[in-house]
Design a protein around this ligand. Structure first.
Ligand code: GLA
Length: 382
C-alpha cells in the first residue's frame, strides 16, 4: 500500500516539476499505553505503523515554494523568506511551521517544490500531523544539508505544532514517527527523550484499531486545558512535572485544588505507573495483566481525565463483554478517534463484524476497523 502511495507522489512530482525528487516516507503511530503522560515528562509506549505520509521534494529555482497535497488536490505557494501561520490554514500550517521553526534555529531553508500524500485516516488519533511535520523536516534537512539530528528534527516538528497549529502537544507522536522500529513498540521516557524498543508479539492475540470516526471540534482547546491543569498542579507541588509526583504527594494538596483537577492529576500519576507495569507484563508475556492495564487506562481517561466520548466508551464496553477481547482503551488525545483492542487472532473477523453491527445500531453511522504492522520510522525511500 505504501509502495503505491510513494509511486503516486513520485509520478505527480515528475509530471509537475520535470525533475527527480528526493522521496521520504514518514509513518503515523499507535500508542499501547501512556496517554497524556508525555507533556508531564512521563512514560509512553508508542510504535510507528505501516501507514503514513509519502513526500516527494526538491529544490526550486523559481523563487517560490510549491506544496501539492495530492489527496486533497490542493496546491499552496509561498516564499520561504516570508512565513507566517495562516488563519484556518489546515495542513498548510504544519509545513509553514516546520520552515519557520528551522529558521528560528538559524537554518537557511531555500525554496522547494513538493508533493505529498497519505494513507492515515484523518482525525483517527494516529498522528497524521506528526507524520506530515516529520516528513517535511526530514526532507528539508536532507535537501538543504541542515545537519540536524533526529532528536533536533522532532523538536522542530513539535514546535511547529505548538506555534502554527496551536496544539501544545507532548513529544510522543513526533518521536514515534521518527524513531519507530520494525515489529517493536518504544518504551519512551519523555523527559530524557530516549526510548527502549520492545519486540511486540501478543502470541494468539492481535491489535485491532476501531475508529469511531468522531472528530470533536473542541479537542484542541480541551487538550491545551488538560495540559494547563497538569502544570498548575505540579506548580503547587513545587515539582517540574507530574512525573515527579506520587499519589501521597497529591493527597497533601487535595484541599487546595478542585476535585476535577485532583482527579486529572491522579489519572496522570496512575497512568504513568501503568506504563511501567505494562512493560513488565510484556517481558513476562502476561496477556491478562496487559489487558487489565488497558481497561484501567480507559477508565481513567474516561472518568478522571474526561477525554473520551460516548462512541469510544461504547466500543470499549463491547470489547469488555466479548471473551475474545483481552483489553481495550481509547487511543491518542481523545474526544474521538480510535480504540486499541487486543483481540484473539481467530476471533478477529467475528469481533469486527459484531462490533460494527452494534455501532451502526447505536449511532446510525459506521465505525472503521484496521489492523496495523509496527514499522520503521521516518526514512528516505526509493
Ligand atoms: C496527542 C498529542 C500527544 C499526546 C497524546 C495523548 O496525540 O499530540 O503529544 O499527548 O495526544 O497521549
Amino acid at each position: 500500500m505504501n509502495k503505491k502511495l510513494i509511486k503516486e507522489v513520485k509520478h505527480s512530482f515528475k509530471n509537475q516539476f520535470k525533475t527527480k525528487p528526493l522521496l521520504v516516507f514518514s509513518p503515523g503511530r499507535i500508542n499501547l499505553i501512556g496517554e497524556h503522560t508525555d507533556y508531564n515528562d512521563g512514560f509512553a509506549f508508542p510504535a510507528a505503523i505501516n501507514k503514513g505520509i509519502a513526500l516527494a521534494i526538491n529544490k526550486s529555482n523559481s523563487g517560490t515554494t510549491k506544496v501539492c497535497a495530492l489527496n486533497k488536490n490542493e496546491i499552496y505557494e509561498f516564499n520561504t523568506e516570508n512565513v507566517k501561520p495562516l488563519e484556518d490554514g489546515g495542513w498548510r500550517n504544519y509545513i509553514l511551521g516546520v520552515v519557520a521553526e528551522l529558521q528560528l534555529l538559524g537554518k537557511h531553508v531555500g525554496n522547494f517544490n513538493s508533493v505529498f500524500a497519505g494513507n492515515i485516516p484523518g482525525g483517527a488519533g494516529m498522528s497524521s500531523s506528526a507524520a506530515l511535520e516529520n516528513s517535511f523536516v526530514f526532507g528539508l534537512n536532507e535537501l538543504f544539508d541542515l545537519g540536524l539530528s533526529k532528536t533536533e528534527m522532532i523538536l522542530v516538528s513539535q514546535k511547529a505544532e505548538h506555534n502554527f497549529a496551536g496544539v501544545k502537544c507532548g513529544i510522543m507522536d513526533q518521536y514515534a514517527s521518527m524513531f519507530g522500529v520494525k515489529k517493536s513498540a518504544l518504551l519512551l521516557d519523555c523527559r530524557t527523550v530516549e526510548s527502549k524498543p520492545y519486540k511486540i508479539d501478543f502470541a494468539t492475540y492481535k491489535i485491532m484499531l476501531i475508529n469511531s470516526n468522531v472528530k470533536h471540534d473542541l479537542s484542541e482547546s480541551a487538550y491545551n486545558d488538560r495540559r494547563e491543569v497538569c502544570e498548575k498542579v505540579s506548580g503547587l507541588l513545587h515539582i517540574d512535572a507530574l512525573r515527579d509526583a506520587s499519589k501521597e504527594d497529591l493527597g497533601r494538596i487535595k484541599g487546595d485544588i478542585t476535585e476535577e483537577d485532583y482527579q486529572k492529576a491522579l489519572y496522570v500519576i496512575n497512568e504513568n505507573n501503568r506504563v511501567k507495569q505494562f512493560s513488565e507484563a510484556i517481558k513476562k508475556e502476561d496477556i491478562h495483566a496487559l489487558g487489565d492495564l488497558l481497561y484501567q487506562s480507559h477508565e481513567g481517561l474516561s472518568k478522571n481525565y474526561k477525554v473520551s466520548c460516548a462512541e469510544l466508551d461504547f466500543l470499549v464496553d463491547r470489547a469488555k463483554e466479548n471473551p475474545n477481547v483481552r483489553g481495550a482503551r481509547m487511543m491518542g488525545g481523545g474526544f474521538g478517534g480510535c480504540t486499541i483492542n487486543l483481540v484473539k487472532k481467530e476471533a478477529f473477523k467475528k469481533f469486527k463484524k459484531d462490533v460494527s453491527k452494534k455501532f451502526i445500531k447505536a449511532f446510525e453511522k459506521e465505525c472503521s476497523v484496521y489492523s496495523v504492522k509496527l514499522s520503521k520510522g521516518t526514512r528516505v525511500v526509493k
